[in-house]
Design a protein around this ligand. Structure first.
Ligand SMILES: Cc1cc2nc3c(=O)[nH]c(=O)nc-3n(C[C@H](O)[C@H](O)[C@H](O)COP(=O)(O)OP(=O)(O)OC[C@H]3O[C@@H](n4cnc5c(N)ncnc54)[C@H](O)[C@@H]3O)c2cc1C
Length: 354
């Protein structure tokens, strides 16, 4: 019998396993696929600060595909541009990232079994569910459900971007209800196109066709796609008889509702799960104290944007321009932690609008 059984060798599961091993536990990590990181269902876009926060688990610099210097956000036709002097984010090799984090876990003493789907036959009394958006661990132990998911489609498309170092984001509740369309340049010639819409009422195929039409691009190749949870589970850890169970990453819903980005929050929360795997309550309290406010802020922004009709989004875009919020975000924007942007300079920008 092991001390800790981690299910899922995504970034969250592998980080949790590493941190538990560092505490002196015997840890086994089970992954249903034959290696970590594949198949890839991710754009691989991470903030620089986020990657720095997990650098003890992965040397991300070797995995950079394209540095990003900001974003062009299209509010249903009204664009604002946020440009940073230095790279604020990186497009990375996501499969490589997962593989590197798992390899590091093995190096530190985690025993990993690939090609093993776990459906209840747990090998330890402490179980960490890092098994993704439809967590089997969560349903086995009857954790509260995740309330909202988005469905995505993405593909690498031949596309010459005018701004190959900037992400394009398309907000439109007519075309992309619940999330957005995106273009993430990988090279001068190729970009990832993607769309996300909330389930179950909207069609990602319709959104995909809208994005291609909007950009005047034709594409008939293979499409990828997956589902992202965009709400946190009400409870993410507990004790059930002899079993201590902790959920991490997508399994817990530790994802930014604004963008669907979950790697950085998931991995950082997983650090607490590994360190406090003997105390589920402490894990729940610590990750919420550290990241709960930011995830809540993302949720509020998400709810605000997705309550607007397209004409209201356009008006919002022009109001933000008037407030010179593009300038503020270029200087003080933070992709992961909205709470870091609350600072006195913000007041000046609100004053511009009145
Ligand atoms: C189209 C798309 C684009 C995205 N882009 C970004 C982005 O740019 N940046 C970002 O930060 N996030 C992005 N995300 C979200 C990100 O991919 C997830 O938040 C992240 O993968 C969560 O990591 P995780 O370790 O919690 O789960 P996962 O990465 O899903 O890992 C779960 C692992 O568990 C394994 N598993 C599942 N069930 C079992 C079982 N029963 N037994 C054994 N193994 C099991 C799976 O095979 C998998 O390896 C994107 C998601 C999508 C769909």
């Amino acid at each position: 019998m092991q001390d800790v059984h981690v299910i899922g060798a995504g970034p969250s599961g592998s980080v949790a396993a590493t941190c538990a091993v560092r505490k002196g536990y015997n840890v086994i990590l089970s992954e249903e696929h034959t290696s970590a990181g594949k198949p890839v269902h991710c754009s691989g876009l991470f903030s620089k600060t986020g990657l720095e926060s997990i650098k003890e688990f992965v040397d991300y610099r070797k995995l950079i595909i394209n540095p990003m210097h900001g974003a062009i956000i299209d509010f249903a036709g009204e664009k604002i541009q946020i440009r940073t002097k230095d790279a604020i984010a990186y497009v990375c090799d996501r499969a490589g990232l997962d593989e590197a984090i798992t390899t590091n876990a093995i190096r530190e003493g985690v025993k990993v079994e690939f090609g093993k789907r776990v459906t209840g036959n747990y090998l330890a009394n402490t179980v960490i569910g890092g098994d993704g958006p439809f967590s089997h661990v969560a349903s086995t132990f009857k954790f509260p459900k995740i309330n909202e998911y988005v469905s995505t489609i993405q593909a690498h498309v031949k596309y010459k971007s005018e701004t190959p170092d900037m992400v394009e984001v398309f907000l439109s509740n007519e075309h992309f209800p619940g999330l957005f369309g995106w273009i993430i340049p990988h090279t001068e010639e190729v970009a990832e196109f993607g769309v996300g819409v909330t389930l179950p009422h909207h069609s990602s195929t319709k959104a995909w066709n809208a994005l291609l039409k909007m950009k005047g691009v034709e594409y008939s190749g293979e499409l990828g796609g997956a589902v992202i949870p965009i709400t946190v589970r009400k409870k993410t850890a507990g004790t059930f008889g002899k079993k201590k169970v902790l959920l991490v990453g997508d399994a817990a819903g530790q994802v930014k509702s604004t963008t669907g980005g979950g790697v950085i929050f998931g991995a950082n929360c997983a650090r607490y799960a590994g360190s406090h795997c003997d105390n589920p309550l402490r894990y729940e309290l610590e990750w919420k104290a550290r990241f709960g406010m930011d995830l809540f802020a993302h949720r509020q922004v998400h709810n605000f944007i997705y309550s607007k009709r397209d004409e209201e989004l356009r008006a919002l875009g022009s109001r933000l321009k008037r407030m010179e919020l593009d300038k503020f975000l270029s200087n003080h924007g933070h992709m992961d932690k909205p709470t870091k942007m609350i600072r006195p300079e913000l007041l000046k920008h609100f004053m511009q609008a009145v």
